[in-house]
Design a protein around this ligand. Sequence first.
Ligand code: THU
Length: 160
Amino acid sequence: MIEKTITISYKVYSTINELPEEDRELALNAIRATDNAYAPYSNFKVGAAVRMSNGRIFCGNNQENAAYPSGMCAERVAIYYAQSLFPKLSIKAIAIVAKKDGSVTNSVTYPCAACRQVMLEAQQRCGKPIKVIMIGDCKIEVVESIDALIPFSFNNLLVD
Ligand code: THU
């Protein structure tokens, strides 16, 4: 038996003003996107913004439904929207944030496991890392690639 350890590295910022300009712009777009979330069941309004390799930004927000599983997370709304219009472009970065009772949550909003899986495949499609910017009110955490958030991922394309 051998025991192995996986480590991840991530950056921590205390305000979005500290982020590099492009990431700050993306974060502001994600925050703005929370306003159009449809979240009457959870009252948890999530916003996501995706930057494409051509510089365009696409936003999404969570869309809930009375039949709960029919809803969709903000990240997937944004990613699928972007990919539906620009299937050949790579996604450079995604910013994620949530508001509760009108304010950005204190805790950082991390993408759910299903969204991580979708981000992973988006990254594999273009072969370039997707930076993930996860936002809380006084803390922003950034990983340079989705790989950091989903070790031991499912990928039937790579099974031999
Ligand atoms: N949600 C997202 O939009 N993104 C995530 O990564 C996790 C959860 C949404 C789904 C649901 O509308 C609400 O947040 C509460 O779970």
